[in-house]
Design a protein around this ligand. Structure first.
Ligand SMILES: Nc1nc2c(c(=O)[nH]1)N[C@H]1C(S)=C(S)[C@@H](COP(=O)(O)O)O[C@H]1N2
Ligand SMILES: [Mo]
Length: 317
Protein backbone atom coordinates (compact mmCIF):
# COMPACT_ATOMS: atom_id res chain seq x y z
CA UNK A 1 0.00 0.00 0.00
CA UNK A 2 1.42 3.40 -0.96
CA UNK A 3 1.53 6.38 1.40
CA UNK A 4 -1.69 8.31 1.86
CA UNK A 5 -1.29 12.07 1.57
CA UNK A 6 -3.35 13.96 4.11
CA UNK A 7 -6.00 16.12 2.47
CA UNK A 8 -7.24 19.41 3.79
CA UNK A 9 -10.60 17.97 4.72
CA UNK A 10 -9.03 15.39 6.98
CA UNK A 11 -8.08 18.07 9.54
CA UNK A 12 -9.59 16.96 12.84
CA UNK A 13 -12.34 19.22 14.09
CA UNK A 14 -10.37 20.32 17.17
CA UNK A 15 -7.71 21.87 14.87
CA UNK A 16 -10.25 23.89 12.90
CA UNK A 17 -10.46 27.03 15.00
CA UNK A 18 -13.76 28.63 13.95
CA UNK A 19 -15.61 25.31 14.27
CA UNK A 20 -14.02 24.55 17.66
CA UNK A 21 -15.01 27.98 18.96
CA UNK A 22 -18.54 27.48 17.70
CA UNK A 23 -18.82 24.06 19.33
CA UNK A 24 -17.45 25.36 22.65
CA UNK A 25 -19.88 28.24 22.63
CA UNK A 26 -22.70 25.80 21.98
CA UNK A 27 -21.57 23.56 24.84
CA UNK A 28 -21.62 26.54 27.22
CA UNK A 29 -25.00 27.77 26.01
CA UNK A 30 -26.33 24.21 26.05
CA UNK A 31 -25.31 23.67 29.67
CA UNK A 32 -27.15 26.83 30.71
CA UNK A 33 -30.31 25.95 28.87
CA UNK A 34 -30.13 22.39 30.16
CA UNK A 35 -29.99 23.47 33.77
CA UNK A 36 -32.89 25.89 33.34
CA UNK A 37 -35.04 23.21 31.73
CA UNK A 38 -33.92 20.69 34.37
CA UNK A 39 -32.43 17.98 32.27
CA UNK A 40 -34.16 18.52 28.94
CA UNK A 41 -31.59 17.98 26.18
CA UNK A 42 -30.69 21.34 24.61
CA UNK A 43 -31.54 21.56 20.93
CA UNK A 44 -29.94 24.00 18.52
CA UNK A 45 -32.43 26.79 18.00
CA UNK A 46 -33.32 27.39 14.38
CA UNK A 47 -32.24 31.04 14.72
CA UNK A 48 -28.67 30.22 15.80
CA UNK A 49 -26.27 31.53 13.11
CA UNK A 50 -25.06 28.84 10.72
CA UNK A 51 -21.23 28.55 11.00
CA UNK A 52 -20.99 28.20 7.21
CA UNK A 53 -22.98 31.36 6.45
CA UNK A 54 -19.84 33.23 5.35
CA UNK A 55 -19.35 30.87 2.39
CA UNK A 56 -22.54 32.13 0.71
CA UNK A 57 -23.36 33.35 -1.84
CA UNK A 58 -20.77 31.25 -3.72
CA UNK A 59 -19.62 32.07 -7.23
CA UNK A 60 -22.25 31.44 -9.88
CA UNK A 61 -21.45 28.91 -12.63
CA UNK A 62 -22.83 30.33 -15.90
CA UNK A 63 -22.70 26.94 -17.63
CA UNK A 64 -26.03 25.94 -16.07
CA UNK A 65 -28.91 27.81 -17.64
CA UNK A 66 -32.65 27.24 -17.44
CA UNK A 67 -35.53 27.27 -19.92
CA UNK A 68 -37.94 28.71 -17.32
CA UNK A 69 -38.18 31.01 -14.30
CA UNK A 70 -36.66 30.07 -10.94
CA UNK A 71 -39.15 28.82 -8.39
CA UNK A 72 -39.50 31.60 -5.79
CA UNK A 73 -37.69 30.75 -2.54
CA UNK A 74 -40.81 31.14 -0.42
CA UNK A 75 -42.81 28.72 -2.56
CA UNK A 76 -39.99 26.16 -2.71
CA UNK A 77 -39.41 26.40 1.06
CA UNK A 78 -43.03 25.55 1.79
CA UNK A 79 -43.50 22.61 -0.57
CA UNK A 80 -41.12 19.78 0.25
CA UNK A 81 -40.83 16.02 0.58
CA UNK A 82 -38.96 15.04 3.75
CA UNK A 83 -40.75 12.05 5.24
CA UNK A 84 -38.57 12.05 8.36
CA UNK A 85 -40.64 15.08 9.40
CA UNK A 86 -44.02 14.05 8.03
CA UNK A 87 -45.71 13.12 4.78
CA UNK A 88 -47.30 16.52 4.12
CA UNK A 89 -45.69 19.06 1.80
CA UNK A 90 -45.64 21.61 4.65
CA UNK A 91 -42.76 19.94 6.51
CA UNK A 92 -41.18 23.38 6.94
CA UNK A 93 -43.39 23.74 10.00
CA UNK A 94 -41.87 20.58 11.56
CA UNK A 95 -38.12 20.69 10.82
CA UNK A 96 -36.83 22.95 13.62
CA UNK A 97 -35.86 19.84 15.60
CA UNK A 98 -33.34 18.81 12.91
CA UNK A 99 -30.01 19.43 14.65
CA UNK A 100 -27.46 20.37 11.96
CA UNK A 101 -24.32 20.95 14.12
CA UNK A 102 -22.22 19.11 14.96
CA UNK A 103 -22.71 17.08 11.78
CA UNK A 104 -20.36 14.42 10.54
CA UNK A 105 -20.37 12.32 7.39
CA UNK A 106 -18.87 8.85 7.38
CA UNK A 107 -17.07 7.90 4.17
CA UNK A 108 -16.48 4.17 4.24
CA UNK A 109 -16.76 0.83 2.51
CA UNK A 110 -14.42 0.12 -0.40
CA UNK A 111 -12.04 3.05 0.09
CA UNK A 112 -8.33 3.19 0.87
CA UNK A 113 -9.12 4.56 4.31
CA UNK A 114 -12.55 5.00 5.88
CA UNK A 115 -13.02 8.30 7.69
CA UNK A 116 -15.49 10.68 9.27
CA UNK A 117 -15.57 14.33 8.19
CA UNK A 118 -17.14 17.28 10.00
CA UNK A 119 -19.38 19.25 7.64
CA UNK A 120 -17.49 22.52 8.19
CA UNK A 121 -14.13 20.87 7.52
CA UNK A 122 -15.55 19.40 4.33
CA UNK A 123 -16.95 22.76 3.20
CA UNK A 124 -13.54 24.40 3.64
CA UNK A 125 -11.94 22.24 0.95
CA UNK A 126 -14.69 21.57 -1.57
CA UNK A 127 -15.17 23.87 -4.60
CA UNK A 128 -18.50 25.55 -3.74
CA UNK A 129 -20.43 27.09 -6.63
CA UNK A 130 -23.98 28.01 -7.51
CA UNK A 131 -25.81 26.17 -10.30
CA UNK A 132 -29.37 26.50 -11.57
CA UNK A 133 -31.01 23.06 -11.77
CA UNK A 134 -34.35 21.58 -12.74
CA UNK A 135 -35.87 19.24 -10.17
CA UNK A 136 -38.56 16.73 -11.17
CA UNK A 137 -40.43 14.70 -8.56
CA UNK A 138 -41.85 11.29 -9.49
CA UNK A 139 -45.22 12.76 -8.36
CA UNK A 140 -45.25 14.77 -11.64
CA UNK A 141 -44.35 18.22 -10.35
CA UNK A 142 -41.21 20.26 -10.93
CA UNK A 143 -39.25 23.25 -9.69
CA UNK A 144 -36.11 25.17 -10.63
CA UNK A 145 -33.61 25.96 -7.91
CA UNK A 146 -30.37 27.89 -7.44
CA UNK A 147 -28.39 25.25 -5.53
CA UNK A 148 -24.97 25.83 -4.03
CA UNK A 149 -22.65 22.90 -3.50
CA UNK A 150 -19.93 20.93 -5.22
CA UNK A 151 -19.72 17.99 -7.61
CA UNK A 152 -19.90 14.67 -5.75
CA UNK A 153 -16.90 13.72 -7.90
CA UNK A 154 -14.70 16.11 -5.87
CA UNK A 155 -15.46 14.17 -2.68
CA UNK A 156 -15.03 10.82 -4.46
CA UNK A 157 -11.62 11.86 -5.80
CA UNK A 158 -10.53 12.84 -2.28
CA UNK A 159 -11.90 9.60 -0.80
CA UNK A 160 -10.05 7.35 -3.29
CA UNK A 161 -12.40 4.40 -3.65
CA UNK A 162 -10.94 1.00 -4.57
CA UNK A 163 -11.39 -0.20 -8.17
CA UNK A 164 -13.71 -2.92 -6.82
CA UNK A 165 -16.29 -0.24 -5.83
CA UNK A 166 -19.22 -0.29 -8.27
CA UNK A 167 -21.83 1.85 -6.50
CA UNK A 168 -22.09 4.70 -4.03
CA UNK A 169 -24.60 4.20 -1.23
CA UNK A 170 -25.98 7.18 0.71
CA UNK A 171 -27.72 7.16 4.06
CA UNK A 172 -29.69 9.76 6.05
CA UNK A 173 -29.52 10.02 9.87
CA UNK A 174 -31.62 7.70 12.04
CA UNK A 175 -33.02 9.47 15.12
CA UNK A 176 -36.75 9.10 15.76
CA UNK A 177 -36.55 11.52 18.72
CA UNK A 178 -35.32 14.28 16.43
CA UNK A 179 -37.40 13.26 13.41
CA UNK A 180 -40.86 12.04 14.46
CA UNK A 181 -41.62 10.62 11.01
CA UNK A 182 -39.09 7.89 11.80
CA UNK A 183 -41.44 6.62 14.49
CA UNK A 184 -43.66 5.40 11.64
CA UNK A 185 -42.25 1.89 11.71
CA UNK A 186 -43.77 0.75 8.39
CA UNK A 187 -41.19 2.87 6.55
CA UNK A 188 -37.76 1.28 5.98
CA UNK A 189 -35.67 3.87 7.88
CA UNK A 190 -33.08 5.19 7.50
CA UNK A 191 -33.59 6.70 4.03
CA UNK A 192 -31.06 5.12 1.64
CA UNK A 193 -30.15 5.87 -1.95
CA UNK A 194 -27.57 4.68 -4.45
CA UNK A 195 -25.85 5.55 -7.72
CA UNK A 196 -23.45 3.71 -10.01
CA UNK A 197 -19.90 5.05 -10.03
CA UNK A 198 -20.51 6.47 -13.54
CA UNK A 199 -23.59 8.34 -12.30
CA UNK A 200 -21.89 9.48 -9.11
CA UNK A 201 -18.88 10.91 -10.96
CA UNK A 202 -20.90 12.68 -13.66
CA UNK A 203 -20.31 16.44 -13.39
CA UNK A 204 -24.04 17.11 -12.93
CA UNK A 205 -24.25 15.06 -9.73
CA UNK A 206 -24.05 17.57 -6.93
CA UNK A 207 -23.73 17.52 -3.17
CA UNK A 208 -25.86 20.49 -2.20
CA UNK A 209 -25.13 22.56 0.90
CA UNK A 210 -26.91 25.80 0.07
CA UNK A 211 -29.89 27.23 -1.80
CA UNK A 212 -30.91 30.75 -2.79
CA UNK A 213 -27.45 32.06 -1.86
CA UNK A 214 -27.59 30.82 1.76
CA UNK A 215 -26.82 27.69 3.74
CA UNK A 216 -29.45 25.02 3.07
CA UNK A 217 -32.68 25.53 5.01
CA UNK A 218 -33.61 22.46 7.07
CA UNK A 219 -36.55 21.43 4.88
CA UNK A 220 -34.22 21.16 1.85
CA UNK A 221 -32.14 18.51 3.66
CA UNK A 222 -29.58 20.53 5.62
CA UNK A 223 -26.70 20.50 6.05
CA UNK A 224 -25.91 18.36 2.97
CA UNK A 225 -28.09 16.59 0.40
CA UNK A 226 -27.69 15.11 -3.03
CA UNK A 227 -29.12 16.44 -6.28
CA UNK A 228 -29.19 14.23 -9.39
CA UNK A 229 -31.15 16.43 -11.79
CA UNK A 230 -31.83 13.85 -14.52
CA UNK A 231 -33.48 11.41 -12.11
CA UNK A 232 -36.75 11.56 -10.18
CA UNK A 233 -36.40 13.59 -7.01
CA UNK A 234 -36.48 10.65 -4.60
CA UNK A 235 -32.91 9.81 -5.68
CA UNK A 236 -31.79 13.17 -4.24
CA UNK A 237 -31.38 12.04 -0.63
CA UNK A 238 -31.43 14.67 2.13
CA UNK A 239 -29.40 15.22 5.34
CA UNK A 240 -26.70 12.69 4.47
CA UNK A 241 -24.63 11.14 7.28
CA UNK A 242 -22.93 8.30 5.44
CA UNK A 243 -21.46 7.74 1.98
CA UNK A 244 -20.27 4.18 1.32
CA UNK A 245 -18.52 2.60 -1.65
CA UNK A 246 -19.98 -0.85 -2.30
CA UNK A 247 -19.98 -3.56 -4.97
CA UNK A 248 -23.69 -4.41 -4.82
CA UNK A 249 -26.55 -2.26 -6.07
CA UNK A 250 -28.03 -0.54 -2.99
CA UNK A 251 -31.75 -0.98 -2.42
CA UNK A 252 -33.24 2.48 -1.93
CA UNK A 253 -35.93 3.62 0.53
CA UNK A 254 -38.78 3.70 -2.00
CA UNK A 255 -37.78 0.37 -3.54
CA UNK A 256 -37.76 -1.24 -0.10
CA UNK A 257 -41.20 0.19 0.57
CA UNK A 258 -42.83 -0.56 -2.80
CA UNK A 259 -40.62 -2.38 -5.32
CA UNK A 260 -43.51 -2.69 -7.80
CA UNK A 261 -43.57 1.13 -8.20
CA UNK A 262 -40.02 2.36 -7.60
CA UNK A 263 -36.71 1.07 -8.90
CA UNK A 264 -33.02 1.81 -8.67
CA UNK A 265 -32.56 3.83 -11.87
CA UNK A 266 -35.47 6.31 -11.87
CA UNK A 267 -34.26 8.26 -14.92
CA UNK A 268 -36.88 10.81 -16.01
CA UNK A 269 -38.74 9.76 -19.15
CA UNK A 270 -42.06 11.28 -20.27
CA UNK A 271 -42.92 8.11 -22.21
CA UNK A 272 -42.63 5.68 -19.30
CA UNK A 273 -45.58 6.14 -16.95
CA UNK A 274 -45.52 5.41 -13.25
CA UNK A 275 -47.74 2.35 -12.64
CA UNK A 276 -50.46 4.72 -11.32
CA UNK A 277 -50.05 7.93 -13.37
CA UNK A 278 -48.60 9.46 -16.53
CA UNK A 279 -45.18 11.13 -16.54
CA UNK A 280 -45.82 12.96 -19.84
CA UNK A 281 -46.31 16.39 -18.23
CA UNK A 282 -45.50 18.05 -14.92
CA UNK A 283 -47.05 20.73 -12.73
CA UNK A 284 -44.66 23.66 -12.49
CA UNK A 285 -44.89 24.55 -8.80
CA UNK A 286 -45.62 28.22 -8.21
CA UNK A 287 -47.34 28.64 -11.58
CA UNK A 288 -50.73 27.45 -12.73
CA UNK A 289 -49.25 25.67 -15.73
CA UNK A 290 -48.10 22.22 -16.77
CA UNK A 291 -45.16 21.61 -19.09
CA UNK A 292 -44.18 18.61 -21.16
CA UNK A 293 -41.66 16.50 -19.27
CA UNK A 294 -38.25 16.17 -20.95
CA UNK A 295 -36.23 12.98 -21.42
CA UNK A 296 -33.63 12.83 -18.63
CA UNK A 297 -35.33 15.99 -17.35
CA UNK A 298 -33.60 17.92 -20.16
CA UNK A 299 -30.09 16.65 -19.35
CA UNK A 300 -29.88 13.92 -22.05
CA UNK A 301 -26.87 15.53 -23.71
CA UNK A 302 -24.82 15.21 -20.52
CA UNK A 303 -25.99 11.79 -19.31
CA UNK A 304 -27.48 9.61 -22.07
CA UNK A 305 -24.00 8.14 -22.72
CA UNK A 306 -23.95 6.58 -19.25
CA UNK A 307 -26.74 4.23 -20.35
CA UNK A 308 -25.37 3.17 -23.77
CA UNK A 309 -25.94 -0.54 -24.19
CA UNK A 310 -28.51 -0.71 -21.39
CA UNK A 311 -31.56 -0.07 -23.62
CA UNK A 312 -33.23 -3.36 -22.66
CA UNK A 313 -33.05 -2.61 -18.91
CA UNK A 314 -35.57 -0.79 -16.77
CA UNK A 315 -33.53 2.42 -16.57
CA UNK A 316 -36.65 4.64 -16.44
CA UNK A 317 -38.09 2.87 -13.42
N1 LIG B 1 -33.95 11.78 3.59
C1 LIG B 1 -34.89 12.06 2.67
N2 LIG B 1 -34.49 12.48 1.45
C2 LIG B 1 -35.41 12.77 0.50
C3 LIG B 1 -36.80 12.60 0.74
C4 LIG B 1 -37.19 12.17 2.04
O1 LIG B 1 -38.38 12.00 2.36
N3 LIG B 1 -36.21 11.92 2.98
N4 LIG B 1 -37.71 12.87 -0.26
C5 LIG B 1 -37.22 12.81 -1.65
C6 LIG B 1 -38.18 13.29 -2.64
S1 LIG B 1 -39.46 12.26 -3.03
C7 LIG B 1 -37.99 14.46 -3.31
S2 LIG B 1 -39.03 14.95 -4.57
C8 LIG B 1 -36.93 15.41 -2.89
C9 LIG B 1 -37.60 16.71 -2.48
O2 LIG B 1 -36.65 17.73 -2.33
P1 LIG B 1 -37.20 19.21 -2.07
O3 LIG B 1 -38.02 19.18 -0.82
O4 LIG B 1 -35.95 20.03 -1.94
O5 LIG B 1 -38.03 19.58 -3.27
O6 LIG B 1 -36.15 14.94 -1.79
C10 LIG B 1 -35.89 13.55 -1.80
N5 LIG B 1 -34.98 13.24 -0.71
MO1 LIG C 1 -40.26 13.07 -5.00
Amino acid sequence: MHLIRRKGWEIPEREATPEALFLNRRAVLGAGVGSILAGVAPAMAAEEPDPSAGLYPAKHNDAFTLDRELTPEKINSQYNNFYEFGTQKKVFTAVDSLKIRPWTIKVDGMVEKAREIGIDDLLKTMPLEERLYRHRCVEAWSMTIPWTGFPLKALIDAARPLSSAKYVRFETFLDPKMAPGQKQSWYPWPYVEGLTMAEATNDLTMLVTGAYGKPLARQFGAPIRLHVPWKYGFKSIKSITRISFVDEQPKNFWQSLQSSEYGFWANVNPEVPHPRWSQATEEVIGTSTRRPTLLYNGYAEQVAGIYKGMEGQKIYF
